[in-house]
Design a protein around this ligand. Structure first.
Ligand SMILES: Nc1ncnc2c1ncn2[C@@H]1O[C@H](COP(=O)(O)OP(=O)(O)OP(=O)(O)O)[C@@H](O)[C@H]1O
Length: 270
């Protein structure tokens, strides 16, 4: 479990990026931080592995204040996946995946064998192992990024807009892949996005942030849709505009679910 207690972050230039955040991130679930640009999502995420230290309050992992943990060791024990994969361009795919385990003392042979298994896990062909990142598509690079994040078998996986830079079809594939993986692996995933649809698809818990790094609401997607905490949340999730209101329409005796614009969303099971 990850817990934020009264956490704030003011950068040296005076910017207040995160303000008075109290939140519990449950284990083995996916928590999505969602909000517009500059609402403090990345800063909040980076306080979990001490890439950023809070200027007030505490971040705890399983009851231990992370400020008491050695930052490099902490960082290497937590998976981190970022936008544009963050792969080292001059290193082969297999070396990119095996780097952190080797830094932690795993022998090369073992680290490479595990890296090949991880390529299977994320749905990549092993023949890609000896290629360089620039020889891969954007979607393949992101999968390598996920494999690298999983390489130390972390309990916690931090994902910062990991699918932000790929086209919508590949993005949808990667989202489905993450849902499948999470069903198998059960990691504590903290995922940053500014796309509310992605947040509702992936999140067991969705945390809606607004400018100044304040949390407007943290709840399940169903709870947020049913009871938006305020006008900001209602507007952000599109509830106020009826965007997410669905209707039933009878088409040749079958009940079709349509959205407010009359587009078909699915068939009602009988
Ligand atoms: N190192 C820094 N020094 C000063 N200000 C910073 C620093 N990092 C972030 N900020 C500021 O803190 C605020 C929150 O930034 P952050 O990157 O956490 O937001 P975000 O919600 O992740 O945004 P985006 O979706 O654009 O990535 C912004 O106003 C940003 O300009």
């Amino acid at each position: 479990m990850i817990e934020f207690r009264g956490v704030s972050k003011r950068f040296p230039d005076g910017t207040l990026a995160v303000s008075g955040v109290d939140i519990v991130i449950p284990p083995r679930k996916t928590t999505v931080l969602v909000g517009s640009s500059g609402s403090g999502k990345t800063t909040l995420l980076r306080m979990i592995n001490r890439m950023v230290d809070p200027s007030g309050g505490q971040v705890l992992i399983d009851g231990t204040d992370v400020s008491t943990l050695e930052p490099v060791a902490l960082r290497r024990s937590i998976g981190y996946v970022m936008q544009n994969s963050g792969l080292l361009p001059h290193r082969k795919v297999i070396d990119n995946v095996a780097t952190v385990p080797m830094l932690r003392g795993t022998r090369k042979r073992e680290a490479h064998a595990r890296a090949l298994e991880l390529l299977d896990t994320v749905g990549l062909d092993r023949s890609l192992a000896d290629k360089y990142p620039s020889q891969l598509s954007g979607g393949q690079q992101q999968r390598v990024g996920v494999a690298r994040g999983l390489a130390v078998d972390p309990n916690i996986l931090l994902m910062d807009e990991p699918f932000g830079a790929v086209d919508p079809i590949v993005r949808s594939e990667l989202q489905q892949e993450l849902l499948r993986l999470q069903g198998e692996l059960g990691k504590t995933v903290v995922f940053v996005t500014h796309d509310i649809d992605e947040a509702f698809l992936l999140g067991d818990q969705v945390v809606i942030m607004q400018q100044g790094g304040r949390i407007s609401q943290a709840a399940s997607p169903a709870e947020i849709l049913a009871h938006p905490a305020d006008d900001f949340v209602a507007d952000f999730v599109g509830a106020d505009r009826g965007k997410r209101v669905l209707h039933l329409r009878d088409v040749d005796g079958r009940q079709i679910v349509v959205d407010d614009d009359g587009r078909a969303a699915g068939v009602l099971a009988s």
